[in-house]
Design a protein around this ligand. Sequence first.
Ligand code: UDP
Length: 349
Amino acid sequence: MKSKKILVLGANGFIGSSLCAHLLAKTDFEVYGVDLATHKLMPCLNHDRFHFQELDLTIHDEAIEYLVKKCDVVLPLVAIATPGVYVTNPLGVFELDFEANLKVVRWCVRYDKRVIFPSTSEVYGMASDAAFDEYNTSCVLGPVDKQRWIYACSKQLMDRIIYAYGFQRDLDYTLFRPFNFIGPKLDDIRNEAGSRVVTQFLHNILQGKPIELVNGGQQTRCFTFIEDGIDCLLKIIENKEHCASRGIFNVGNPNENYSVAQLAHIIVDVVSEFDPKWAANIQIKSVTSDEHYGIAYQDVERRVPVIREAQEKLHWQPKVNLKDAIRITLDYHLNGTDRDAVLLQQNHR
Ligand code: UDP
């Protein structure tokens, strides 16, 4: 039997790169990867079932439409997903995350392909629920001048469009909602500013700069290790007895719910395992969100997923705690340990 083909748009991203490595190591898929660069994909590049093309989703329509037509399953992972950018380049977020991806969704409808789309935990916004449930929530976004919400709003509208394509045109889709995925290849640690919190803290520590707690750091997040997230995605892709078809899944770790201030202390603890003297010099300070992000920012105070859908339909359970996830991330940045490369070496298929 011929292997199935999967198209990963944004293959060099945080989720895309790890997903490609796991698909090659654990499944028989022919993996078609598209992105603008390949630095996170190094372990995959020479694999005989990996086919990479350097293409830009905002330019190369014809080539990408052809790939959608050729593949069986499509993951459009190209997106800006960094709050620092929502407030500085909101139009860029709309154009890429919504407009460019809508073309891909429509090609999936046209060619009758299964689409697995990255929604986001941001769609729940500032809803007051103790925990966010996919089918019982009133996604609450802030005012228009708080441009942070353009990302959540773009993603939420796309969720609704995909859902409607399923309803009216039989599109086979799954929406998955990552809750603060963290891990080695999250953001570029050399970036001066604007990364997501774990990379930003590690960047500041490596540069000898203080860690900044936005508004005191009492806001909480459930941190989810990338490999747990990928494990869930593989189950969605496998789609045993259509368990994921037309479903919406929170993908998060409700057990690893910490405030940003607690996160800072856990990171200091882990750094001290690597070098106690270094850890002793780390400074932690509080800044206002206006100082850190500018006035177009608004924070989410609490973000906990209900993961019953994923537990019951996909038999998925997150396993890795925050401290271990930070250890693995630091090991990558300090010692260059690339777990995707190790996985592929151990599982050559
Ligand atoms: N944050 C912080 N200091 C930083 C970067 C982020 O206190 O240097 C906070 C931010 O205000 C938010 C949380 O950390 O409350 C998580 O931010 P992130 O950018 O990782 O993503 P979010 O969960 O907000 O989408």
